[in-house]
Design a protein around this ligand. Structure first.
Ligand code: B4P
Length: 188
């Protein structure tokens, strides 16, 4: 059984690819962005805390996100693999995830590489189509900044542990998926 993390900056295509990978390899797709948006739409206590942070492009507190993930892992058990999407986003979250998973099932990281110009244009387009509140120009530039400061350091963290695989995320959705599939199959 294998676990994977789909990794990359905002708009890299994590959600898009995680959905395809989960269907193709029978993995449970856990997107912290999606789970947090659900909390916001239901206006739970967590959702109320997360709402303003997400709208400004910041990161929701580690404790909140770790708790959400811990509950989901507990509920599903470890017998089916997971694809974690948008999690971990900080070193603290990454350390916590390694503790939650059994040593032999530590996740491999699939990193999508996309230029900032491409990310901005994709998110602008998505903002126009879906109306997602955090896909406006001001929030997107803050999300990219937060990514560079808080999340990008995870690339070295996982590279040092020999658990990082990088793929060109600028190609078409199907091309990117094909390259990810090849990488996953090599390891199964
Ligand atoms: P997320 O929901 O994770 O948002 P994202 O990074 O923008 O999504 P993604 O990279 O999945 O982009 P997508 O596939 O949709 O997070 C939202 C917010 O939640 C964060 O800002 C933060 O506040 C909070 N949060 C989430 N997780 C957290 C955590 N662990 N800790 C703290 N806070 C957390 O792709 C984007 C667009 O590009 C789509 O429109 C898609 O159609 C298009 N696209 C995708 N691939 C393409 C390709 N190959 N070519 C052309 N277009 C493509």
């Amino acid at each position: 059984m294998f676990n994977f993390i789909i990794f990359g900056p905002p708009g890299a295509g994590k959600g898009t690819q995680a959905k395809k990978i989960s269907e193709s390899f029978n993995l449970i797709h856990l997107s912290t962005g999606e789970l947090l948006r659900e909390e916001v739409s239901q206006q739970t206590a967590i959702g109320q805390k997360a709402q303003t942070i997400m709208a400004t492009g910041g990161l929701v507190g580690d404790n909140i996100v770790d708790e959400i993930i811990r509950n989901k892992i507990k509920k599903n058990g470890l017998s089916t693999g997971f694809i974690f999407d948008g999690y971990p986003r900080t070193i603290s979250q990454a350390l916590k995830l390694d503790i939650l998973l059994a040593p032999k099932t530590l996740p491999l990281v699939l990193n999508l590489e996309v230029s900032s110009e491409e990310l901005i244009s994709r998110l602008k387009l998505r903002g126009q189509k879906s109306g997602r509140a955090d896909d406006n120009e001001t929030t997107v530039s803050n999300r990219l900044l937060v990514y560079a400061q808080e999340t990008q350091p995870l690339l070295d963290f996982y590279a040092d542990k020999k658990r990082l695989i990088s793929v060109n995320g600028r190609d078409s959705i199907e091309e990117v998926f094909k390259h990810l599939q090849e990488q996953i199959l090599k390891r199964q």
